[in-house]
Design a protein around this ligand. Structure first.
Ligand code: ADP
Ligand code: TMP
Ligand code: ASP
Length: 240
């Protein structure tokens, strides 16, 4: 399906309208950003591996009963997705403490939580994606109680499914962020992406970081690590 007009160009992806008003083309660019857009770089081949990585994960989640926006992969860098009204909210689950929770609460990096910890963040780079709770979401009208519960339940389910998928390939799913949107038919649908850009993955033996922390912390071999994860999960990533 041909792209018609660019409607959004975010930090890492661009969205285009198509001849079908219900569908969008999602283009995964090589652009990489961290710290709410404060650190940026173009990493050759990242868009391609992320598009294909995302499709593999979304297809796996669909097989396990999660509704996702993915329709199909179009080419190495682009996928066709359902157009949704996005909730301006990020849903994060932490199995192990790392990143912002350590800064906020003084938690030791690597502490394994007894129960997965769910957090909502407001999607607003200018405000630094602040932590919010259900009460903020209701008060500001970003989602209703039922939608909040659905987003939480789906995120926990995604965690159960993906924790198992990754550990079977020797990778610890430390934490991740997902976003949901509302379909015209009222369904809450998993949208955006699931790639090493939006999660933390550690090798379970060496504890080596295999995700975007390699970019945040200047550890090098960012795209190579994403390929390594894809390979370990049995994905067949096509090169540009
Ligand atoms: P950002 O800079 O906002 O973090 P990206 O570069 O990842 O974002 O751009 C993707 C944008 O597209 C995000 O704002 C995301 O919320 C939005 N989006 C993701 N999936 C869909 C969808 N199915 N329909 C409409 N918008 C979407
Ligand atoms: P954090 O430690 O920065 O709060 O992030 C937790 C996880 O969620 C981490 O894997 C990165 C991901 N994340 C994003 O990808 N984008 C975001 O805007 C936020 C808040 C988190
Ligand atoms: N994705 C978030 C941002 O762009 C968090 C991060 O990657 O550091 O800031």
């Amino acid at each position: 399906m041909d792209k018609i007009k660019e409607i959004t160009s975010g930090k890492a992806k661009s969205l285009y309208t198509t001849e079908n008003p219900e569908y969008l083309v999602m283009n995964f660019r090589d652009d990489t950003s961290a710290f709410d857009g404060k650190k940026t770089a173009a990493l050759l081949g990242k868009g391609s591996v992320n598009n294909q990585f995302n499709a593999f994960i979304m297809n796996h989640l669909e097989e396990k009963g999660i509704k996702t926006h993915l329709i199909k992969v179009i080419n190495n860098n682009e996928s066709l997705v359902h157009k949704l009204k996005m909730f301006p909210i990020e849903c994060v689950i932490r199995n192990t403490a790392s990143g912002s929770i350590c800064r906020r609460l003084g938690t030791e990096d690597g502490l394994v939580f007894e129960h997965p910890l769910f957090e909502f963040f407001l999607k607003d780079d200018d405000l630094g994606d602040p932590l919010i709770n259900d009460e903020h979401i209701i008060a500001f009208g970003w989602a209703n109680k039922e939608q909040i519960n659905s987003m939480k339940n789906f995120t926990y389910k995604v965690n159960d499914i993906l924790k198992e998928l990754f550990i079977n390939s020797g990778l610890i799913l430390v934490d991740f962020k997902v976003e949901f949107g509302l379909h015209e038919n009222g369904d809450i649908v998993l949208a955006d992406e699931f790639t090493p850009d939006g999660c933390r993955l550690w090798d379970h033996e060496t504890m080596e970081k295999m995700d975007k922390d390699r970019f945040r912390q200047d550890l090098g071999d960012v795209v190579e690590s994403y390929h390594q994860v894809a390979h370990r999960l049995g994905m067949n990533i096509k090169l540009d």
